[in-house]
Design a protein around this ligand. Structure first.
Ligand code: GLA
Length: 340
């Protein structure tokens, strides 16, 4: 699959994402505020083949998979599980032969694996809404990884809007773009590689379910409701989720009135809540946030994404930092013409 100017060659392109605020809320139908960012995974492919054959510039071994897969976890090599997850959900009639390349740092906390899943779904001919695309690739991810992750990553990648962050209600599945101010940078700093497989992510999902058995849906709960929970650990988890949902609302309002100081304080509050109540931060992430907050021109900083490693994100004055990845909000995933 090397015919660069062949009109039958198509490109599926999916961006990475960074979450500005609202972590560990999506799987209880809460609020998140991510943006799709200007790093992309691309698949150049031809369709109509009898199986799925993909070569990746970043992986030693290619993936060759049939069009019908029951258990994606058996796919080899390991990166093929993400492809297999999508195939198992889509059951496509025809395959693709393609080459993958990416500018998303792999394992760097910007959702490189989710971008791959969304790009594979588009290349395999997915037709539907961005919500349906996100739901399908979330199911694919859950089956492939065995981790019950929420819908934030796939939905930000599918529904991104250039120049905007997204207020996503993960219960109602609504996406409201909010303009990002022109006079800020969003800077992502890598802290440590991590995988949510084998992490306490699944424990957190179970702890939220326990909280909901006691006080009902967390997306509708108040801090007072959460404070009534008898078990100390479950109460702290619930308090994080409930206060984080409110921080997302407050952050969106602060951005809208260009109150960057308040937006920054809310990011730090989110980090402290994830560190102290939800216990998904690490000493290195805490140190990275503290170091960022000492730098001139930094409005706010926090861990972002699943935690237990990964990366931190800062909202800064333009040009305040030159270490890390400065990212910009872009449109969501799509099929593009070969010459685009
Ligand atoms: C990971 C998951 C998301 C979300 C975040 C935490 O990125 O894939 O669904 O739960 O962690 O906000």
């Amino acid at each position: 699959m090397t015919r660069g100017s062949d009109p039958t060659v198509r490109i599926a392109r999916a961006p990475g994402r960074v979450n500005l605020i609202g972590d560990h809320t999506d799987y209880t139908g809460g609020l998140v505020l991510p943006m799709a960012v200007d790093r992309w995974t691309e698949i150049r492919f031809v369709g109509g083949t009898a199986d799925v054959h993909l070569v990746s510039a970043d992986e030693a071994e290619p993936v060759t998979l049939p069009l019908s897969i029951d258990d994606p976890t058996t796919a080899r090599p390991a990166w093929g599980k993400y492809v297999a997850g999508v195939i198992s959900e889509m059951r496509p009639a025809v395959g693709i032969d393609g080459v993958i390349s990416t500018t998303i740092p792999i394992g760097g906390g910007m959702s490189s694996s989710h971008a791959l899943e969304v790009a594979v779904a588009l290349a395999l001919g997915f037709r539907g809404t961005v919500i349906e695309l996100a739901q399908l690739t979330q199911r694919a991810e859950n089956r492939a990884s065995g981790v019950p992750t929420g819908i934030m990553d796939q939905l930000s990648i599918a529904a991104g809007v250039a120049g905007h962050a997204l207020v996503i209600d993960c219960g109602a599945l609504t996406v409201d773009p909010v303009p990002m101010p022109d006079d800020v940078d969003v800077v992502v700093q890598f802290v440590a590689h991590r995988t949510l497989v084998g992490s306490a992510y699944s424990d957190r999902v179970a702890e939220c379910a326990a909280a909901e058995r006691e006080i009902g849906p967390l997306r509708e709960a108040t801090p007072d409701d959460a404070s009534r929970i008898t078990d100390d650990r479950i109460r702290r988890r619930a308090l994080h989720v409930v206060t984080e949902n409110q921080r997302v609302r407050d952050f969106a309002a602060a951005l809208a009135r260009h109150d960057l100081a308040t937006a920054g304080e809310l990011m730090v509050g989110s980090h402290e809540s994830l560190r102290d109540l939800y216990e998904t931060s690490t000493p290195q992430m805490d140190a990275a946030v503290a170091a960022l907050m000492r730098r001139p021109g930094v409005h706010g900083a926090r861990m972002t994404g699943g935690g237990f490693g990964g990366c931190v994100v800062a909202l800064t004055e333009r040009g305040a930092l030159d270490d890390g990845w400065i990212v910009h909000p872009v449109d969501g995933a799509r099929l593009v013409d070969d010459d685009a």
